[in-house]
Design a protein around this ligand. Structure first.
Ligand SMILES: [Ca+2]
Ligand SMILES: [Ca+2]
Length: 365
């Protein structure tokens, strides 16, 4: 083939560059991440209200005389639920089996003093005639659980560290690492006074649990700060936030079992104005004991996942504990708690130990 020679003077063809469009890579925004982490942040208020009104219609009151109104839906034991959810994966997921922090089976102490006395290293400390020290924590609070009031900071540090170990946990004694330790006085869901607040009817819960933040600083000095807290769900919020495990149309309130859990600094979105608050959130999914027969007690032998919804947060407000299962610190103590707990060198992954004294019983049992 003969190539036609083009004279050098001929104009060169004009080349046009294809227009390049640079697409911004899709980096998740803080908001989109928060929406994934915090289901309530994506709430549409009107839908939420309508759904809640519908749910409330089906909620039996937690009044023992009205408990005769029972659902015909079968109740499941945890192993049955697990079998059901693993056998037929296409069906309604009755239970979410994600990586779960297993709560170890623990001895239930009858009192804080009992717990402390059983622990040999602490026994020595308690036997010492410790000089009475003024404690920041209200005396009424620790009256429920024995008292650390007369203990020195070093004794308290040792006592809480032992309680962490006795609860199957790992106490982090590295410099500036925080440990959160709670002592629960268990309550029925019906604890506290009754609220008639629209959409939040029910008992408001009580702050009768203790929480402590325990650490050693860089210089090796021990620190223990104690707070008024709550670790039990309250009826007025559990109706709104609990999961309906057996799909009988009634939400099954969940309570975090005693044990050792890993939490990290996080935020939560709440309220009608979608306020964003600091909180601690579990780093892995946790399981909770469900009140399947809605009598207010957690003796139903049903433990299912609550994903990472069990937070440690400000109880907020003036009435009640603000908890549908979360671990809440009384508002007046919150700022001090947050400053003590979140400033640690291990704040993204710190141990939360929940110990328990006895078990709440129904009047009839
Ligand atoms: Ca309690
Ligand atoms: Ca029950």
């Amino acid at each position: 083939m003969k190539v036609k020679h083009q004279p050098a003077s001929a104009p060169l063809p004009t080349l046009t560059m294809p227009k390049l469009e640079f697409k911004k890579p899709e980096v998740p925004t803080l908001q989109s991440v928060m929406q994934q982490l915090t289901p309530r942040s994506s709430f549409d208020a009107s839908t939420f209200k309508a759904e809640r009104a519908e749910r409330m219609k089906h909620q039996p009151a937690l009044n023992p005389q009205r408990l005769a109104v029972k659902s015909d839906a079968p109740t499941f034991k945890p192993n049955q639920l697990q079998a059901a959810s693993t056998k037929k994966p296409g069906e309604v997921p009755l239970m979410l089996r994600a990586p779960v922090q297993e709560a170890p089976k623990l001895k239930v102490f009858t009192s804080f003093a009992d717990a402390m006395r059983e622990l040999a290293p602490v026994k020595k400390l308690l036997e010492k005639d410790a000089a009475a020290k003024k404690d920041e924590l209200s005396t009424t609070l620790l009256a429920n659980v024995g008292s650390t009031k007369t203990m020195s900071t070093e004794q308290k540090y040792a006592a809480y560290a032992e309680l962490v170990k006795a609860s199957g946990g790992t106490f982090d004694a590295s410099p500036e690492a925080r440990n959160i330790v709670a002592i629960r006085k268990p309550d029925l869901v019906t604890a506290g006074t009754m609220s008639n607040r629209k959409g939040f009817e029910g008992h408001v819960g009580v702050y009768d649990d203790a929480m402590a933040v325990v650490w050693k600083d860089k210089a090796g000095a021990m620190h223990v700060e104690e707070f008024i807290a709550n670790t039990d769900p309250a009826e007025q919020f559990s109706k709104i936030d609990g999961a309906d495990v057996n799909k009988d149309g009634v939400r099954d309130t969940g309570r975090l079992p005693q044990g050792f859990y890993e939490f990290g600094v996080s935020t939560r979105t709440h309220g009608k104005n979608h306020e964003v608050d600091n909180c601690f959130r579990p780093t892995k999914f946790v399981e909770v004991d469900r009140d399947m027969n809605h009598d207010g007690a957690f003796n139903d032998n049903t433990r299912t996942s609550a994903k990472n919804s069990i937070l440690i947060h400000n109880g907020g407000g003036n009435v009640g504990t603000g908890s549908a299962g979360c671990q809440t610190v009384k508002s007046s103590d919150w700022e001090r708690f947050w400053n003590a707990a979140s400033g640690g060198s291990n704040s993204t992954k710190l141990g939360y130990t929940l110990s328990q004294i006895g078990e709440a019983r129904l009047a009839a049992s």
